[in-house]
Design a protein around this ligand. Structure first.
Ligand SMILES: *[C@@H]1O[C@H](CO)[C@@H](O)[C@H](O)[C@H]1NC(C)=O
Length: 368
């Protein structure tokens, strides 16, 4: 990925140079350079076609018409430039072509994210008690302790919030029962219409977004969550609610929000299990791997994910130093990121990752 991008960049420079050299004879070089830089048509036609073919093959993409194909190619080219920009802004991670490279940023937000935006902690929520932080391990990962199910895939449905919710409850249930049971997102997508008490009209709404705290509230009221296998994921919200109370596999005892303090987040993670967190996902559209630590990232939260661990030192080749990071489980399948996971640096609430963190406790259920 790195190599192809530097090749692409060298090509662009060479062509830009050629273009400006040639055109300086007739005095139009400004215009040509602007064309090269602004629409990328001249600069990367060779390479972009090649990259687009590889992309289509790798992700099995096909388009209904020639018009659609041509439009997607334009979007793809714009995303190559965006990945390049992300790479400059975020040198400790690798950015490039992903399965989302033929989507505009707004299509990506609409289809693959799905958290209703909220920029502050809910005022009336239970606050998690302050925990001691003096004996925290320097590295910790719930995957090594059996509390995390395999990476799931939300498909093109803005249901990230339901995956974040089940992930946290799966971990809490593991801590209280010793058993790891994969829980149903589709139950939340179909049945949970819980509203945010602080934002009138803002309710959990299937593929159109939701909020993890509201979903915990729904599970608390409904009595529990069913197993994944008893209520499988369909990736759409056109079905009716098929919740069966007799098949509850995990129940919520209580849930609370964790204060905006990285040591408290780490302490809650270690003590209570994986945490439901919200994040700004703009850099995730082009993320390939490494520790993401962008110089600038909005704190506008648009994606729900699961915090499962942290590390003290992720090597960042460009900055030549080790960076502490969080380990985030995402819901875009195992082919995205680092086998479905994202590493984001710790220390300064990057992309809002510390802003809305929830912890949940599970009760032991009768059916277990
Ligand atoms: C939440 O529930 C768990 C399990 O029943 C219990 O141990 C814990 O004290 C509760 N926490 C709060 C803040 O009520």
């Amino acid at each position: 990925m790195d190599l192809s991008f530097s090749l692409l960049f060298v090509f662009s420079l060479a062509l830009a140079f050629t273009a400006s050299f040639a055109s300086s004879y007739d005095g139009t070089d400004d215009l040509l350079i602007r064309q090269v830089v602004n629409d990328g048509e001249v600069s990367d036609s060779l390479n972009a076609h090649h990259h687009f073919s590889l992309f289509k093959r790798r992700f099995g993409k096909s388009y209904a018409s020639q018009e659609e194909h041509d439009y997607r190619f334009k979007v793809f080219k714009a995303n190559l430039l965006r990945a390049k920009r992300h790479q400059l802004l975020d040198p400790s991670a690798t950015h490039g072509v992903t399965q989302f490279s033929d989507l505009t940023p707004s299509e990506f937000r609409k289809k693959f994210l799905g958290i209703r935006s909220r920029l502050r902690l809910p005022a009336d929520a239970n606050k998690a008690p302050i925990l001691p932080t003096d004996n925290l391990p320097t590295d910790f990962d719930w995957r090594e302790h059996g509390a995390v199910t395999p990476v799931k895939n939300q498909g093109s449905c803005g249901s990230c919030w339901s995956f974040s919710t089940t992930g946290a409850l799966e971990g809490a249930n593991f801590l209280s029962t010793g058993k790891l049971v994969s829980l149903s997102e589709q139950q939340l997508v179909d049945c949970d219409h819980e509203c945010d008490p602080e934002e009138p009209g803002s309710c959990d709404s299937g593929c159109n977004g939701g909020l993890m705290n509201s979903a915990f509230e729904y599970i608390l009221k409904a009595g529990g969550a069913m197993r994944e296998e008893d209520y499988p994921y369909t990736g759409n919200d056109r079905g009716t609610c098929k919740f069966d109370k007799t098949k509850i596999a995990a129940s919520v005892a209580n849930f609370s929000v964790v204060s905006l303090n990285e040591d408290q987040i780490a302490a809650n993670l270690v003590k209570n299990g994986p945490l439901a967190v919200a994040i700004n996902a703009v850099f995730m559209q082009t993320y390939i791997g490494g520790v993401s630590c962008p110089y600038i990232c909005s704190k506008q939260l648009d994606h729900g994910v699961l915090l499962v661990g942290y590390g003290s030192a992720g090597y960042a080749p460009v900055r030549l130093k080790e960076k502490p990071y969080w380990v985030i489980k995402n819901s875009w399948g195992e082919n995205w990121g680092e086998s479905g996971y994202y590493k984001i640096c710790r220390g300064r609430n990057i992309c809002g990752v510390d802003s809305l963190v929830s912890t949940v406790a599970a009760v032991q259920t009768a059916s277990e």
